[in-house]
Design a protein around this ligand. Sequence first.
Ligand code: HT7
Ligand code: ZN
Length: 859
Amino acid sequence: LVAKRREDYRAPEFTITDIALDFTLDPSATKVVSELQVKRQDNANAPLELDGEHLQLLEVAIDDLPFGDYQQTDSGLVLNNVPDAFTLRIVTQVNPSENKALEGLYLSNGVYCTQCEAEGFRRITYYLDRPDVLARFTVKITGDKASLPTMLANGNPIEQGSNTDGTHWILWQDPFPKPSYLFALVAGSFDQLTDTFVTQSGKSVALELFVDKGKRQRGEFALEALKRSMRWDEEVFGLEYDLDIYMIVAVDFFNMGAMENKGLNVFNSKFVLADQASATDEDFFNVESVIAHEYFHNWTGNRVTCRDWFQLSLKEGLTVFRDQQFSSDMSSPLSNRIKQVRVMREHQFAEDASAMSHPIRPDEVIEMNNFYTVTVYDKGAEVIRMMHTLLGAEGFRAGMDEYFRRHDGQAVTCDDFVSAMQSATDIDLTHFSRWYSQSGTPRVEVKRAYDAASNKLTVTLTQQNLATADQSEKHDLYIPLQIEFLAADGQHVAPDSGMFRDNLVILDKPVTELTFTGKGSNITPVALGNFSAPVKLTSDLTPLEWLHTFRFANDAFSRWDAIQQLYNWCIEQYYQGSPQQIEKVIWQGLYEAVEASQDNPEILGECLVVPSFETLCQTRENIDVHALNEARQTFSHDLAEFMSDLLLVIYQTNQSDSYAYEPAQVSSRRCKNVVLTLLAELPLAETLITEQFSGSDNMSDTLGALKAAQQFDLVLFNNLMNEFEQRWRDDPLVLDKWFGLHATCDRSDILAQLTLLRQHPQFSQQNPNRVRAVIGSFAFYNTSGFHADDGSGYRFLTDYLLELDKTNPQVASRLVTPLTQWQHFAPSRQALMRQQLSRLLDDASLSKDLYEKVSKALA
Ligand code: HT7
Ligand code: ZN
C-alpha cells in the first residue's frame, strides 16, 4: 500500500463540466446511468483515468457510440484515445443492501442513502472523484412509490412523474458546480417538518427536515437551530444562503456525525433528534452545533472548496472555528471554551504524541478517511482562532471577505486562505503559517528569576518543539500567548516592555524574556489566557499561587485552569504516595475557592470537575495506569469528603423547577450533576441519587443520577439501569446512553458484560452508533477494564476489530485509536498493547484504514 503525498499534487488532465445521473433504485441491483461532459485540460494525449470501486460495469459509450478502448483496473477505468471534448456515457450497477461500509450508496432500515466524502462517489459510478473537478449535477431518481415516497438529491426539484409499474421519478438540478464528494441522494419514507427562512436580502428559503416516522416532534429543536445558524452567519460574516431549498435528512446508519452535501445535508439521527425526555443538555448542544457546522460549510467548504484532500483543514478547521463562535454566542463562552480545551487536551494532544501525529495539513496519506481527525478539525480550529486573535475580529472579517472575493466557486489551498487573511490586514503571517506544516504540541515553559541587587524580576518564556513520530526536525513557531501578571495583593502589574498588545506576548523564538523592574520578586504570571495557543504549559507556580490566580486573574479560563493545575498537582502527590504533601492550607484554599463561587454555577460546575484520566496522561510518561487511576479516584474522594457540607448546599441550591434548555438552567444543572458525581464518593449520596432518578423530568438529570450510581455502588447502579432499560427499550438512540454506561462500568466481569451487551436485541454490529456506544465507550473510557493487567481488554478490542473491519473499516479504524496510543504507558503495558496491534497486522485481509494506523503504531 503506497501513501499519496501532498507535494505530488497535479492538476487534473481532464475536467467534467456537467453530469447527468439517472438512478433506478433496487435493493440489490441499482442501475446508475451517468452522462458526463468531459474536456481535456492540457494538450497531451493522456488517457482518461476515472476512479471506481466495487462497481459492476454494464456499458461505455462516447458521443452515443459504444466505446471499447478501455481497461478496468482495481481502482478504476482507463479510457484510451479519447477526444478533447466529448460526452461519455457509463452504465454501472451497485448493490446498496450489501453495502455495510456505509460509503457510496447504501440501503439500511429501508432508507437509501449516500455518503461520498471523501472518496465514496467512486463507489456509485466511474468519475474524476477529486475535489478540484467541479461539475453541474442533474439527478433523476426512479423508485418504488409505496416504499420510497420521498426521493431527494441536491439542488431544486424541477420535474416529477409516475410510471405504470408502481414506480415514480423525480428530477433534481443543482445550479452550483460542485465536487463529487458533495453529491447526495436519499430515498425512503419519512415524517417531514417544514419552515421558511427569509434571508437578509429578502429571499425566501424553504426548510425541510426529514426524520423517522413518529419522530416529528423530536426534530423541532433542530429546525429552530438551523434558523439561528442562518441568521448568525448573515450577521457575523455577511453570508447568505444561496439555494431556494435547504434539506436535512436524519438517518440511523451513519459513519460520522453529519455531511454537508449541497442543499441536502445528511445527519446521523443522534445530531437531529432531541427533546426534554430523551436528550441531555449536552445532546441539545451537540445538535445545535452540528446543525450550525454543516450549514456553515455551505460557504466554507461548498462555495469555496478544497483543491485536494491534504487541504481538508481549509474547510474543517475554519468551519469548526465558526461553529464554536456560534455556540459561544448562543450560550456560555466560558463553558464552551473549556469544552473545546478538554477535547484538545484529552484527544488532540494524545494524537500528537502518538504514531498518528500529523500536521493540520498532512503530507502523506494512505486512507483519507483516517485524516478526519481531532488534529485537522480541532487543532485546525485553534490555528484559525490564533489568526483571529492576531488580526482582531474586524481584521479577521476583512480577511474572510477577501477570501470569498478571491475564491468563490474555486477549489483552493490553505495557503490561499492565509494569503487572503494577510493581504486584507497587512499582518505578516509567513512565520505563523508554520502551524500548517508542523505537527506536535509545543511546550511553553514559564520561569522566573529575581535579581535583588537591581530589583528586577525576569520572566522567561521558552518554547520547545520536540520531534514527533512523523517529523524529526522542528522549528520555532509563532505563538500568541495571552498573559497577565498579578502582584501579591492581587493587583495587576505590567512588564517593562515586550508586549505585542495588552495581555498578549508573541513567542517567535526559543526564548522570550519579560522584565519587571522595581516591582519586587512576588509576581505571578498567569499564562495561556483563554487557551490562546494549542500548547502544553509548564510553570514554576506554587500550589498557593494557583489559588492566588483563581482569586485574582481577569481571564475566566485562566481561573478555571488554575484549579485544574492545582488538581493535577494534588493527584501527583497521591500518585507519588505522599498525599500528606498537600497541606491543610491548600485543602482549605480549595474549599474557599468553591465557597466563593457559589453564586456562579457556571464556573463552579467546571471547577468541580477533576481532570480526566486521559488528560492526566498527557503530562506524564511511563505511567502506571492503575496507580494513576486510583490516585485520581482517591483524590476525588478526599476532596468530596473535605467539602461535603458545602457540596450538599450547592446540590440543594441548584435545583431548577421545570426543564428548559437555556444557558442559566444548563449551567445550574451541570453544576448539580457534577456535585452529585463527587458526592457519590460518600455513603450519604444514595438517597440523593435515587430521589433524583425517580423525580427527574429530563434526560440530563436521569443520566446524572445513573452516572453517580455507577460511581456509588453496583447494586444501585444495576437497579436503576434496569428501570431505564424498561422505559427506553424500543428507542435505540436513547438506549445508546445505557449501553455506554454499562460499557464504562468499573467491574471485574466487564468482558462478560460486554458479551451480554452484544447479544442485546437492540445491538447491531452494522449500526455505528451502537458499536461506538458499546465498544467505543469501553476502549476509550473504561480505564480499569480496557487496561486490565492481563491484557484481556486489549485482546477483546482486537478480536472485535478483526470482525468489524470486514464490514466497516472506517468505524473499525476509529476504534483502534486507544490501542495505538501506548506511548505514555510503562513498558510492560506497551508490550501488551503492541502484541495485539501485531495480531491485527498479521491479518492478510486487513483494510487500508486499519493497516495505515496499525503499521504506524508498530513502526
Ligand atoms: N465533512 C464531513 C466529513 C465526513 C463524513 C461525514 C459522514 C460520514 C463519513 C464522512 N467522512 C467525512 C463531516 C463534517 O465535517 O461536517
Ligand atoms: Zn465539517
